[in-house]
Every structure is written in structure tokens, then in C-alpha cells.
Design a protein around this ligand. Structure first.
Ligand code: CUA
Length: 196
């Protein structure tokens, strides 16, 4: 067989065997494509991490998803927005099929805000568009993400990890209100979902 003449890809090969050099060339091409894609993705991760403060939740903090409601940090009365002694805000939320608890939260603008989230059942997702908040909410772990909001706004966000048949109906609202308005509100108002 005159294997060296012409492009071996352009004629049928005996017994369906692909010549070794063709296999090698194809593999090398795909290795280069994959290496380029990995390099691009690494650059995207580093750029968004440095420029946009967009980090995955990196605190490895475990919690028993079966006893969230019985006591501790994620007991129902402790959910929602709390103001810390240093003036920053901590928002605690539970994701569960198919809602976030509380269903909406109010946070003050111009204030460091720390979201602490966990799941009571399966993996959910929490994302506030156009901010650096984007995290998975994994049962057994506490996800902690930090941000601060420059101005009042409303974030209506769907759960963004497929979590079952009701996934499309699972969402929460984060209302960012002026600092003085937030201070004037009582704890119950802060948990109410009425649109401002
Ligand atoms: Cu929760 Cu999708």
C-alpha cells in the first residue's frame, strides 16, 4: 500500500485502520485545543477573582442538615438580616426544596454584608446578578460570601442549581434599602416581602 502518498484521510483505509501518524496528529491537535481552553478559563478565573472580587465560598464549615431547625445558628428565629456590633450585616438563609427561608431579606446599602447560607436537603444555588455573589448552597456545609451594595436596589433571584421538579419556582428577593430606612425598620419588617 502506498501509505505515504497524498492525504491518508482522503481515501478509505483498509480494514478501517487509521494510520498511527494521523492518530498522533489528531491527538496533538486536541491536546493543544484543550490546553488553550484551560488557559483561557484560568485567565477568566483569575481576572474575575481579582477585578470583580468574585470568589467561590472558600470556608470549609460543616453543619448537620438534619438538625438545622432544632437549634444553633440556622434556627428559624435567627434567620434573616442581623446587624453585628461592628455595624456590618450578616444575612442567614436556608435553601430548601423549593424556597429560600426567609423568602426575602432586607439589607442596608453602604454596609459590608456577609451572606451565610446552607441547605436543608439538596444542592441549591444563590446568585445576585451584577454583584460578586454567586455560590452553591450545599447540604452539610455553610457557604459564606461577602459584598456591599452601593445603592438601594431589588434583586429577585432564582435558585440556579437544578434541585428538583420545583426548581423553576424557587427564588428569593434581596431588597437593598438606604441605611437610615433599614435602621428605622423593626425585625419583622425586615423579613416581610412586601415590595418597597
Ligand atoms: Cu433550589 Cu434549584
Amino acid at each position: 500500500m502506498a501509505e505515504s502518498s497524498g492525504n491518508p484521510l482522503r481515501r478509505p483505509l483498509a480494514d478501517g485502520i487509521v494510520p498511527e501518524e494521523v492518530v498522533t496528529r489528531t491527538e496533538n491537535r486536541w491536546v493543544k485545543i484543550m490546553a488553550t481552553m484551560l488557559a483561557v478559563m484560568m485567565v477568566v478565573i483569575v481576572v474575575t477573582g481579582v477585578a470583580g472580587a468574585l470568589h467561590p465560598s472558600s470556608n470549609v464549615e460543616v453543619i448537620d442538615p438534619l438538625t438545622l431547625h432544632l437549634g444553633g445558628e440556622f434556627v428559624e428565629s435567627n434567620l434573616g438580616t442581623a446587624i453585628e456590633p461592628d455595624g456590618s450585616a450578616t444575612v442567614r438563609l436556608i435553601g430548601e426544596q423549593y424556597d429560600f427561608v426567609p423568602h426575602c431579606v432586607v439589607v442596608p446599602a453602604d454596609t459590608p454584608v456577609k451572606f451565610r447560607l446552607t441547605s436543608a436537603d439538596v444542592v441549591h444555588g444563590f446568585l445576585l446578578p451584577d454583584t460578586n455573589i454567586n455560590t452553591m448552597v450545599v447540604p452539610g456545609f455553610v457557604a459564606e460570601v461577602r459584598t456591599s451594595f452601593d445603592q438601594p436596589s431589588e434583586y429577585e433571584m432564582p435558585c440556579h442549581e437544578f434541585c428538583g421538579l420545583g426548581h423553576h419556582a424557587m427564588w428569593t428577593r434581596v431588597s437593598v434599602v438606604p441605611k437610615d430606612q433599614f435602621t428605622a425598620q423593626g425585625p419583622l419588617e425586615r423579613k416581610r416581602c412586601a415590595k418597597q
